[in-house]
Design a protein around this ligand. Sequence first.
Ligand code: ATP
Ligand code: MG
Length: 416
Amino acid sequence: MTDRKAQHIQAQPWVPYPRIIPRAQHSLSRKEVWPEALKVIRRLAKFGYTAYLVGGGVRDLLLGRRPKDFDVATDASPEEVRKLFNNSRIIGKRFRLVHVYFKGGRIVEVSTFRRAPEPHELEEMEDPRTVNNLYGSPHQDVMRRDFTINALFYNPQDFTVIDYVGGWEDLQSRVIRSIGDPRVRFAEDPVRMTRAVEFASRLGFSLHPEVEEAIREEGWRISQASQDRLREEVLGILLSGASGRAVRLMADLGMLGHLFPRASEVILPHLQDVVTLLVRADGALNREGLYAPAQFFSLLFLPRVKAAFPFGAKFTLGEVMEEIFLVTNTLREDLPTPAHLIHSIREILLGLWRVARGPGSRGARRFMERDYFKAVLEVFRVDTLAFREDRSFLEPWHRQVARGRKPPYKNRPRRR
Ligand code: ATP
Ligand code: MG
């Protein structure tokens, strides 16, 4: 173990840090940063504090992608930040940080540079939450972040990118690398493993071999993570626009089984079909942004239910429903899934068999008036196109929809 660690340190090329990447050498344009985030940084600087842009915003802009939001890191304490902005609030249990609210709804998250605790401090701590709220220097702050590509600072005052951990090179070579020993970092916080998979899939990056190995070894720890955070992660992955890639990667790394001990038993035997469906749905999501979580969840189970009850074969909806209950119950056992979500997943799945019966079947008109009807039809379309199936199930419905009124579509997706 120690030997391996020593090799790992030697294998890293020695670079004097921090490395400052001047404006001429990177593609990050200040014009693409939210003016609200720049305003926050300018005000902090005016009062003598250091403040940088950090995290996903810097990473995405350097990759030419549009960031979801912008985070600011500073040496001002949450209370000091709070005092500088009227429209702000201190939030967070795990991490105390400040949200600065702007007209139009934008929120800029400001966190204070933090550091990891020393071992003796860990022993002396009474409240374990203090672990996450020890303040430190910019260098210490990046060292406790998860991956090198997430640890770049951008200083809008002089347009430089500041890199303490080799994130700049890793962005160029498109690799997800942990800061420090990935086994240690994943043991500290197992959710970092699902984050690694999500970033790799979403950005089309590869996992550094050590990250991959560490996930294989430490993946079992996923079950120790907070269920609420895991549920958020799962939703994030399904709605990331790269869910097919992510599920395939998680299956390859043995993580799917740790994340979904029961549901993976019904997903893995049909993995190839599940991935094919998710990839299709990702395409539709990226083009139209029209996907609800329940639709993605339903795709995880569809191949299994269809294998037992092919569309067009003879059986009652009651029989199909029984199977749907059985497979969706596995999800409920694995993660605390809200009842309304399970309910929607079931409605979508059962709806597919109603669609397969055609618009002339009993109850079809009422079905068409349900608010989830369009969501069902879209999943059916994805399935039909993915496997080049008989379109004769689908076309009569589309004619019917074109003729009739359009039912409203609820349950809009949370992100992107
Ligand atoms: P996204 O585009 O999904 O928002 P992000 O990198 O901004 O990606 P966030 O969850 O918004 O991700 O977190 C912001 C930053 O906080 C990350 O870039 C990373 O530096 C740090 N971070 C987030 N979660 C962790 C974690 N579990 N462990 C260590 N650092 C983390
Ligand atoms: Mg972010």
